[in-house]
Design a protein around this ligand. Structure first.
Ligand code: GCU
Length: 415
């Protein structure tokens, strides 16, 4: 008995040794694919299914009764620079049902359909700019988070107030985006799904699909946000001022996880920017560094599908990893970025995620990430995959946006 216990104790760490990173070009049956067509018709669907089943969850499609109502149009917004539009998306068509407000700024100086950047925001549409025309969010709002980058003292009883206009403007350089000829389209995360343990699955889209919530492959909040991004894309396809073939999806942190999954699942997004997305985003779990699956599944139990919990403490042994999610975007351009002090996101793990997806990009005849070693601080490398790491902490800075706008110019400005 004693002997068996001892054997188990020594044997476990041996068996639990790190496993090599799985190869995205090997089919589930172990065979290597050899053609781009096999990637499209066999391997890509296999990977999508695996990640939907084991990690993010299966999401519903576009609701048949969903409707859009443009409730605001101002052709002289922001001092005449932009046309501001606001659209209520009624997910089930009912005016008293869940509603997502989409805010659009379209540059006036450009004639014809423009490329666009779509991204969810953390603190309501009114937070991204002080523009008094933006409808102040009425959805639940997080308050008092120890976030050094934003003052949320304007949030009262978990609701936004007039004082919350522009509180997050620093991270959304609307002027630069518009001057470069891009439209900016955004919506608030809580309009789509609750990001709060105590109210998880009770607001936004999830209550419309109760049958999903008893399943191990239920769509968690990250997948719900990605689903919301696809619904924004549905609207964009109806708006003549935006070119639906040149739409990039952007997100930071948890919303960067959602942007990545949106880009992986919805090929209408022409380009993806997954900014400091960390665990469940671009970071590899196999390194066993930074935030792990146990933390994700316990601190944020609503983010991923129930099935993901079975991988707690298995980070370095996973039969899949995040480079495979990045590769689902291929051959479309994707940018992954890190910050030096953002240790939870494991910058090196994010870099390795981007680098390890390169094999698929190259297999499909594109450049992938044009470096195999981590670039020095403040140096952006840009192939079909882009990457940079800058000094500082978890944040979105002007430096980050400068690189993103260059990447966008390179890939979708004049497509
Ligand atoms: C937490 C969480 C991260 C997440 C981040 C954010 O730090 O652990 O996974 O990316 O919040 O969204 O700000």
């Amino acid at each position: 008995m004693l002997k068996t216990t001892f054997l188990c104790l020594v044997a476990l760490p041996l068996f639990a040794q790190k496993q090599p990173l799985p190869d995205p070009l090997l089919l589930n049956n172990g065979k290597r694919i050899t053609t781009a067509n096999q990637w499209r018709t066999q391997r890509r669907p296999e990977l999508l299914e695996r990640f939907a089943n084991e990690m993010y969850g299966h999401s519903p499609g576009r609701p048949s009764t969903m409707r859009f109502e443009v409730f605001d149009t101002d052709t002289k917004a922001l001092g005449g620079k932009a046309t501001r539009k606001q659209v209520a998306v009624y997910f089930n068509g009912k005016s008293d049902g869940p509603r997502m407000d989409v805010l659009l700024y379209i540059p006036n100086q450009v004639k014809g359909p423009v490329p666009a950047i779509v991204g969810l925001n953390f603190w309501g549409n009114q937070s991204i700019n002080a523009d008094p025309g933006i409808r102040v969010s009425t959805s639940w709002m997080e308050s008092g988070r120890g976030n050094p980058y934003i003052d949320v003292s304007c949030v009262v009883n978990h609701r936004s107030t007039e004082g919350c206009r522009g509180i997050n403007a620093r991270q959304w350089p609307v002027d630069s985006i518009l001057s470069r000829g891009y439209a900016l389209v955004t919506a608030y995360r809580e309009d789509i799904a609750s990001d709060e343990k105590s109210t998880m699955f009770t607001t936004g889209v999830q209550p419309l699909y109760p049958e999903f919530q008893n399943r191990g492959d239920n769509f968690g909040t990250v997948a719900a946000w990605a689903w919301g991004l696809s619904r924004i894309m549905d609207y964009i396809q109806t708006d003549k001022r935006i070119d639906p073939n040149r739409v990039a999806v952007f997100g930071w942190s948890r919303l960067g996880k959602a942007a990545l999954w949106a880009g992986a699942t919805d090929e209408r997004f022409a380009l993806v920017i997954s900014h400091e997305s960390g665990a469940g985003g671009a970071k590899l779990f196999h390194r066993g560094v930074g935030e792990n699956i146990r933390r994700l599944c316990t601190v944020f139990p609503h983010w991923f599908a129930g099935n993901f919990k079975k991988y707690m403490d298995q980070d370095t042994l996973l039969p899949f990893d995040q480079h495979m999610v990045i590769s689902l975007v291929a051959p479309r351009p994707i940018y992954v970025a890190s910050a030096e002090q953002d240790k939870g996101s494991d910058p090196e793990g994010e870099f390795e995620g981007a680098k390890s997806a390169s094999s698929v990009y190259q297999f499909l005849g594109t450049q992938g990430l044009p470096t195999s070693t981590m670039p020095p601080l403040n140096q952006s490398v840009q192939g079909q995959i882009g990457y940079h790491i800058r000094p500082g902490g978890h944040d979105v800075t002007n430096f980050d946006w400068t690189q993103y706008l260059a990447f966008l110019d390179k890939h979708i400005k004049k497509k």
